[in-house]
Design a protein around this ligand. Structure first.
Ligand SMILES: *Cc1c(COP(=O)(O)O)cnc(C)c1O
Length: 435
């Protein structure tokens, strides 16, 4: 009898509630501060850019929050997502470890990001928002929000980091297909964008700058709100559908993970798979290691400082307590565009501080080596971001071989790489910076 490699759930297994980690922290999370007064932000501060229903969720003390039925109906287009066991990868590594991966690449956007884009569009629609602005790097988030807005009938305006706008045109085409308008950031659309262009007309842009532009647009325009694709509590919470499904699927597999792994940019897909396991860990039901994997060239958890910092370059967001490389840090142009962010979600930072999770940094060439090994054994071509998680899973599997111990490894496969094939081209041609 061959090994079972697939653990499918039914539509009725889509979680009915998201898991909110805030009430389970052994120490309370330091609150976000107003950038001017340095006092904890109030509901009124936040509703300048977010609708009230989302702000309430951001600050909610409830452990479980019900997923609205219209959101679950859209989730059903691709959820529950597959949990697979990578037996061909195990064999290639000659490891006694069992490697499981949760495949989030089956969403229309190709990554985990629609898990939060859909509810964010839904709540904005409920609150009467007519137009949503956001930023995007390589375009995974912008395209996901474009889809969410399209499904709920909201206009979507995306500020896309200029270098990606020109180098990675396909996700811009996805955004257009789903009805969004896209500006290359820095743009002449906002006062902040114009001020940057005046100093440096060739500025390639950054996520921090694009956030500043999107917020300025939202504050200055009628019936317009802003949406963020990672970092914030409610975003991380929406992603917990990933880990909640995994708990059921690992039970079907009859195993429980010794190590749970996710790559981290702003921290949301990691939070999604990790938080439900952190809950079990805090409750003493598991002693698994939980590992966040970041790129060596933008390593906020392993090389940053834990302090209050801004989420954007123009210093308009609330100050958040997080591991940060500094809000003016210009990340190198690594291919994992989704991991090029200077800070880390406050919830993920807090878990790192409390030593409930570990962090490792991985060089991008090593990540691509693992990605190619994965593609050649398991078939799926991973997103460059995901390849960081794969790399850590492979390292764990090799360690298990060396120690001659069985180990159960679970990682989040955050997205496929079919829109990022040019980075495989660079890697295979030997053109990637070895860092
Ligand atoms: C955006 C993205 C990431 C990083 O963002 P997080 O908020 O840290 O999850 C990782 N993987 C993929 C495929 C992405 O699109």
């Amino acid at each position: 009898m061959s090994d079972t490699i697939s653990f499918p759930l039914k539509q009725s297994d889509i979680p009915t509630h998201w898991y909110n980690i805030l009430p389970d922290f052994p120490e309370p999370l330091p609150p976000p501060l107003h950038p001017g007064t340095k006092k904890p932000v109030t509901l009124e501060d936040m509703t300048a850019i977010f609708p009230e229903n989302i702000v309430m969720q951001e600050m909610s003390p409830e452990r479980y929050i019900e997923i609205p039925e219209p959101v679950r109906e859209i989730y059903a287009l691709w959820r529950p997502t597959p949990l697979l066991r990578a037996v061909r990868l195990e064999k290639a590594l000659n490891t006694p470890a069992h490697i499981y991966y949760k495949y989030e690449g089956v969403s229309p956007g190709g990554s985990h990001k629609p898990n939060t884009a859909i509810p964010q569009a839904y709540y904005n629609k409920q609150a009467g928002t007519k137009r949503l602005t956001t930023e995007t790097g390589a375009g995974q988030w912008g395209s996901s929000l474009a889809l969410g807005c399209q499904l709920f009938g909201i206009e979507c305006v995306v500020y896309m980091v200029k270098v990606s706008y020109h180098q990675k045109p396909y996700r811009k085409m996805m955004m257009h297909t789903w009805g969004a308008s896209v500006h290359a950031s820095p743009s002449s659309n906002t006062a902040y964008g114009r001020s940057v262009l005046e100093k440096d007309p060739e500025c390639p842009g950054s996520l921090g700058m694009a956030i500043s532009e999107a917020i300025e647009d939202a504050v200055k325009s009628k019936n317009t709100k802003y949406s963020l694709g990672s970092v914030l509590n409610h975003v991380c919470m929406h992603q917990t559908v990933i880990g909640l499904e995994c708990l059921k699927q690992m039970e079907m597999a009859g195993e429980s993970p010794d190590v749970v792994i996710g790559c981290v940019g702003g921290g949301s897909n990691f939070a999604g798979i990790a938080f439900p396991f952190v809950k079990e860990k805090i409750a003493g039901k598991t002693n698994c290691r939980i590992v966040a994997v970041e790129p060596a060239l933008c390593a906020s958890l392993t090389q940053g400082e834990l302090r209050y910092d801004f989420g954007d370059t123009a210093e308009t967001t609330p100050l958040m307590m997080m591991y940060t490389l500094g809000h003016n840090f210009m990340p190198p142009k690594i291919h994992a565009g989704g991991l090029r962010y200077h800070g880390m979600a406050p919830t993920v930072s807090h878990l790192a501080k409390l030593k409930l999770i570990d962090a490792v940094a991985v060089a991008q060439t090593k990540a691509f080596e693992s990605a190619v090994l994965f593609a050649r054994t398991e078939g799926i071509i991973p997103a460059p971001e995901t390849s960081h998680a794969i790399c850590a899973a492979v390292d764990e599997a090799i360690k298990a071989r060396e120690e001659g111990k069985k180990r159960v490894i679970l990682f989040n496969f955050s997205g496929h790489g079919m829109m990022d094939l040019s980075s495989y081209d660079s890697f295979l041609a030997g053109h990637l910076q070895n860092a």
